[in-house]
Design a protein around this ligand. Structure first.
Ligand code: MG
Length: 388
């Protein structure tokens, strides 16, 4: 199996390479990263891809020199082709030798490469949230037309996908999308106001990048996942229920007509959903860290407080509005998290900014990719103007 990985130096990317290391029939044909070239350099030496994209042009120049040196020292037999920017990312996503493309770049820059991969008839192991949140109405019909599989990598969506194997024509009554509740599950709304950047960057169960860690603490991440689940599994927002499962052992569940609830349980480790997306429908060895239910003892289930986790309520609202609204939700959150990490706003300003951006937006019912990407500049500038 030939794999192209977009976002190879991030959390999902590096864990994907762990999976490649333990599967001798997997081969990396292309890698793309933004600008973490030191790690990318090591990955190139280890996996010898034929194509490498460094999004940042300056970093690409540095990497080129490093690779030439390695080639001179005979540490690298064949120099990969080096590409940059969005054009390069699209090339990496549609490289003819790949069977599957792992889209693990963060942000709306993942939308166009994912479309390119589908059009090039690659199966997509989808780890980029924005793709479905912003462009689900474009991606899902396109994948169907091109006969391409969208295999979810996110733990919750992978869980739901696993629960749906053997579903036949049975209707999903309800998706139970689980959430850890993050580090502030037991804090009051008032206490949230004084949350510092350092507090929000600590996640109890999962190890992730900064943006998604903040998004988990506000439950905006869960809101984005509700939008994704709605597209992936063709489910109405009202049929998706968010359930806080603080131990992160139940990774999500599906309820059927007859009342059967099928769940996927496991240790909180992204290697499993990544491996399943790559080898579906086959299951393979991932690690010796198996779930010990006796050690876990108790599983709790808590209803999320939507007054406290306002971002989650806003996500349901945006999904119901449809069209461009989830894109605005996503952009406003990106901008708000950036401002919070730069210590320019307080923690509870994050959902307030999202709400304000949505209130001021006139929904476009069926936006194309250009319109979606155009909103990025418009909404970002709008929010920046509020904090000048
Ligand atoms: Mg998740």
């Amino acid at each position: 199996m030939n794999i192209s990985i977009l976002g190879s130096t991030g959390s999902i990317g590096t864990q994907t390479l762990d999976i490649v290391r333990i599967n001798h029939d997997m081969n990396v044909v292309a890698l793309a990263a933004n600008k973490s070239i030191d790690l990318l350099y090591k990955q190139i030496l280890e996996f010898s891809p034929e194509l490498v994209c460094v999004y940042d042009e300056e970093a690409a120049g540095k990497l080129e020199a490093m690779l030439a040196d390695a080639h001179g020292r005979e540490e690298l037999h064949t120099l990969p082709e080096l590409v940059t920017g969005m054009e390069g990312l699209i090339e990496t996503a549609s490289i003819s030798d790949a069977d599957i493309v792992v889209t693990a770049v963060v942000g709306m820059m993942g939308i166009e490469p994912t479309i390119a991969a589908i059009k090039a008839h690659k199966n997509v192991a989808l780890a980029n949230k924005e793709t479905l949140v912003c462009a689900g109405h474009i991606i899902m019909p396109l994948a169907k037309n091109e006969g391409v599989k969208i295999l979810p990598v996110d733990s919750e969506h992978s869980a739901i996908f696993q629960c749906l194997q053997g579903r036949a024509d049975n209707r999903i009554r309800k998706i139970l999308l689980t959430a850890s509740g993050g580090p502030f599950l037991h804090k009051s709304l008032d206490e949230l106001k004084s949350v510092k950047v350092e507090d929000a960057l600590k996640h109890p169960n999962w190890n992730m990048g900064a943006k998604v860690t903040i998004d988990s603490s506000t439950m905006v991440n869960k809101g984005l996942e509700v939008c994704e689940a709605s597209w992936l599994f063709d489910t109405k927002p009202s049929d998706i229920e968010v359930v806080i499962q603080p131990q992160s052992i139940v990774h999500s569940a599906v309820e059927f007509e007859d009342g059967a609830v099928i769940a996927e349980l496991g240790v909180p480790d992204m290697h499993l959903p990544i491996s399943y997306a790559l080898t579906y429908p086959e299951r393979r060895f991932v690690s010796n860290d198996y779930l010990d239910l006796f050690k876990i003892g108790n599983l709790e289930f808590i209803k999320p407080d939507l007054k406290k986790f306002k971002g989650l309520a806003l996500a349901f609202g945006a999904l119901k509005m449809g069209g461009s609204a989830p894109t605005v939700f996503n952009i406003a959150d990106e901008e708000a998290v950036k401002l919070f990490l730069a210590r320019k706003i307080g923690y509870t300003d994050i959902p307030d900014i999202i709400g304000k951006a949505l209130d001021g937006h006139k929904v476009s019912p069926n936006p194309d990719v250009d319109e979606i990407l155009g909103l990025k500049k418009e909404i970002t500038e709008q929010i920046e103007s509020w904090y000048k």
